[in-house]
Design a protein around this ligand. Structure first.
Ligand code: NDP
Length: 489
């Protein structure tokens, strides 16, 4: 017998082609529960899209540890070489809505949820090691400039450059965004970075600051703006096609997970604030240490259930891994979980894609979609502390060691004494080739089209402080674009 169609209540359905009517001409009967159920479900098929990172692509995979880092962290995921932990990864663009084209110049989200045996650990990063702002107070305003103008409902280059020109800390990230890496060909051909500074702590109670790097083993590949536009003309779903298709064909993309490790008290000595999200740690000071290989090897069966509802949050950390005084991280710890409660509901962590693969015990009680009942370890335990044998209790052995760096606010203040230019200079002057620099100038000049001169001049003032050649390169590219436009008129 073929599979029987049923209502959501499980009752078999006799006719899925004709609505019930009172007579040959109608009207439709209110008792046609099947029709009402179908329409009611259709009306509820959408949930709020993410305000940022709405358009995404993801897959399941594993992390296999290749190098022993237990002297830095007691996290069970890194307990031994060869240990494999299941994971789900989601990549995304930041600004575009759910239906946006994949091949747009934008930062890419790079989020990984590791289902470790001591709880879920989420690294919710990007394909760039830094970010536009260092203080979360500026984040909602920044995102407003990336989204639509309230009156025109169009994206506004003027708003973006106005904000950036008044936020010099953004120039490092803008340089990366306008460089080749701002438009990767596929999600497989880009690096991921935890971006924030996190912490590791080991069995001896020592803390280390840590940065996470996922280095693509597919090699980097990028499109120019013109190539990206050409691809978008053919397909708006190029990333989904590439990621899904590659895994479906049996090819499994891989990344090398590396860490940079800074002993806790070094944070008092570095010439830059190591908790500033607009800064990297130079490799020469803190070299990359290989940790393991991440492989993606299974496509989800249902995009909505497993990717749209995948809820990544920096609040998911496990014993041996902690936060840092990075203000942006501190805000995201709260804000991401809050976004998921709003989008998915109170018990979003119990959805299959988000559910830990280890025992879960807590005293949160009822609420929308509590389909799992009580998780306290004992039927009579619905409060804590209690004297009920077998009920879940705190475990002081997983307490983080005390913070040893000084509370000197000036040292870690995100407003004073920041050098916003020298790391962008290192990238421009030392890392990029001549050809890459020319494309950087061109991309930047293209992105400035239509922006008032006074904003552009303010911005060029910042570029000149990174490197006079940088400002001159953009000026020359602008002159070329304007000349070509005038010639075409
Ligand atoms: P290194 O020469 O040791 O490293 C340069 C880094 O730049 C490499 O990680 C390389 O990545 C990366 N890179 C190459 N092209 C680009 C690009 N277009 N956009 C962004 N990154 C790129 O130098 P330092 O560690 O002293 O850093 C110098 C500058 O390099 C930094 O100021 C920063 O702008 C950039 N950078 C530094 C990173 C870090 O964590 N230290 C990470 C990424 C960028 P790959 O090895 O994958 O080719």
């Amino acid at each position: 017998m073929s599979t029987r169609l049923t209502t959501t209540g499980g009752a078999p359905i006799a006719d899925n082609q004709n609505t019930l009517t009172a007579g040959p001409r109608g009207p439709v009967l209110l008792e046609d529960y099947q029709l009402i159920e179908k329409l009611a479900h259709q009306n509820r098929e959408r949930i709020p899209e993410r305000v940022v990172h709405a358009k995404g692509w993801g897959a399941y995979g594993t992390l296999t540890v290749t190098n022993d880092i237990t002297k830095y962290t007691r996290a069970s995921i890194f307990a031994e070489v060869g240990k494999t932990t299941p994971l789900i990864a989601r990549f995304s663009t930041v600004a575009g809505e759910l239906g946006a084209a994949d091949h747009e110049r934008d930062v890419r989200g790079f989020a990984v949820k590791f289902y470790t045996d001591e709880g879920n650990w989420d690294v919710v990063g990007n394909n760039t090691p830094v970010f536009f702002v260092r203080d979360p107070l500026k984040f909602p305003d920044f995102i407003h400039t990336q989204k639509r103008h309230p009156r025109t409902n169009l994206r506004s280059a003027t708003a973006m450059w106005d904000f950036w020109s008044l936020s010099p800390e953004a120039i490092h990230q803008i340089t990366i965004l306008m460089s080749d890496r701002g438009l990767p060909q596929t999600p497989m051909q880009m690096n991921g970075y935890g971006s924030h500074t996190y912490s590791f702590w080991n069995d001896a109670g020592e803390r280390f600051w840590v940065k996470f790097h996922f280095k693509t083993l597919q090699g980097h590949a990028h499109y120019t703006n013109a190539e990206g536009a050409e691809v978008t003309g053919r397909t708006r779903e190029g990333y989904q096609e590439a990621l899904f298709g590659t895994i479906e064909s049996g090819e499994f993309p891989r990344w090398k997970l590396c860490v940079q490790i800074m002993p806790e008290l070094d944070a008092e000595k570095t010439p830059y604030n190591p908790f500033d999200l607009t800064k990297i740690w130079p490799h020469s000071d803190y070299p990359l240490i290989e940790v393991g290989i991440m492989e993606l090897n299974r496509n989800p069966d249902n995009y909505f259930a497993e990717i749209e509802q995948a809820a990544f949050s920096p609040s998911n950390k496990v014993p041996g891994i902690g936060y840092s005084p990075d203000k942006m991280l501190q805000a995201r710890v709260w804000s991401y979980a809050d976004a998921h409660r709003y989008r998915l509901g109170t018990h979003y962590e119990a959805l299959p894609v988000n559910a830990p693969r280890c025992p879960v015990h807590h005293y949160h009680k009822d609420g929308n979609m509590n389909f799992f009942g009580q998780r306290t370890g004992h039927v009579d335990a619905y409060y804590e502390p209690n004297s009920i044998a077998g009920s879940a209790k705190q475990d002081p052995s997983v307490a983080e060691p005390p913070l040893r760096i000084s509370g000197d606010a000036a040292r870690y203040d995100h407003r004073v004494g920041n050098d916003d230019y020298s790391q962008a200079r290192a990238l421009h002057d030392r890392v990029l080739s001549d050809a890459e620099r020319q494309r950087l100038y061109r991309n930047t000049a293209e992105a400035m089209q239509g922006v008032p001169e006074e904003i552009i001049e303010r911005m060029l003032g910042h570029y000149a402080q990174v490197s006079p050649a940088y400002a001159e390169g953009i000026r020359a590219a602008r002159a070329e674009i304007i000349g070509a436009l005038q010639a075409a008129e």
